[in-house]
Ligand binder design. Sequence first.
Ligand SMILES: Nc1ncnc2c1ncn2[C@@H]1O[C@H](COP(=O)(O)OP(=O)(O)OP(=O)(O)O)[C@@H](O)[C@H]1O
Ligand SMILES: [Mg+2]
Length: 330
Amino acid sequence: MAVASSQHESSSGLPEGVARLHLQIAGHFHGMGPTGLGMLQSQDGWVLKPVQSPPRGTRELDFYDQVFNKDNRDSVILRLRKLLPHYAGKCELEIGSETIPYIKIENITAQFRQACVLDIKMGQRTFDPLASKEKIEYEMSKNRYAQNVGFRFLGMQLYDGVTGRYASFDKQWGKQIRENDILLALRSFLGRCPCDRGRRVAVKQFLSRLEEVRSWFLEQRLYAFYASSLLLVYEGGAARSRDARSKVEGSRATEEVGSHTDLRPTDEEPCIFCENLYETDTGAYLQDGVNRRRWTDVRMIDCAHVFPSEERDDNYLFGLNKLIDYFESV
Ligand SMILES: Nc1ncnc2c1ncn2[C@@H]1O[C@H](COP(=O)(O)OP(=O)(O)OP(=O)(O)O)[C@@H](O)[C@H]1O
Ligand SMILES: [Mg+2]
């Protein structure tokens, strides 16, 4: 159990090497809310999620402990491990005068140069069997189209290769979406590779991963996942931004352009957004100098409301089937 020493505190009051989670979409933000406890990240590629008060925090910790227990060789569990962020146990941080327990999981966005991220909460029903009447009403009020489609968008973070900035779409954005907007929202998440190859590859990779998740859910009879999310990530920083900018400026000189779709090249060559994208039998990669990075990733996150079960999780599967349908028609 690692304890970071407060002797090495940084200016943020957090231990050295630890910061607020970059690219966080939903949930508890560090420094906000009644406890001020929220997601953190470490320099070496981990997300630190505070163990919330029992039962939810301990439930999540117990879930990860069970799934990542080395002695557990159950084939269903082994397959589940690959769908979750890797788990490295519990750790503690000294913040101010307090010692706070955290769950240490792999930072899914860390391997990307500029990750574009979408958080999708799964399930028609997002309250667990122990939820209070108030919690049930609250969740139902947020649900709207989730009743019909079995998922809802919590928010996204998009990198703009032209400006070199992130645009963040928070929970207000998520709340405004109606069922009719789902395709449009997915398309805007998928970015705007001008020649469309990057987007096509991303959709293909997302679909193959979502199929993997579905096949696991069709087989497993161990858990019911309430209020859990799928985190979808793709590489948004493949473009050489100076080239992107000069291309926009060049086209502005000849015609008034307002949208980035004007970057569309005239020939069939991959554009500057996807020229370093390679597809192999094992997936799609960005060849970044000597580094090979994944082009996309999908993981199941937020396991604070996972309950033991002996039935198929039709609540999750319903939304997953619909989500796959949407991706197929993007
Ligand atoms: N493994 C991860 N890698 C990268 N980002 C993550 C990871 N896990 C979570 N996040 C980010 O943090 C946000 C919040 O995560 P999560 O939903 O697990 O926490 P929470 O809502 O605060 O917790 P809870 O619902 O358990 O109270 C997500 O929307 C996502 O942006
Ligand atoms: Mg959450």
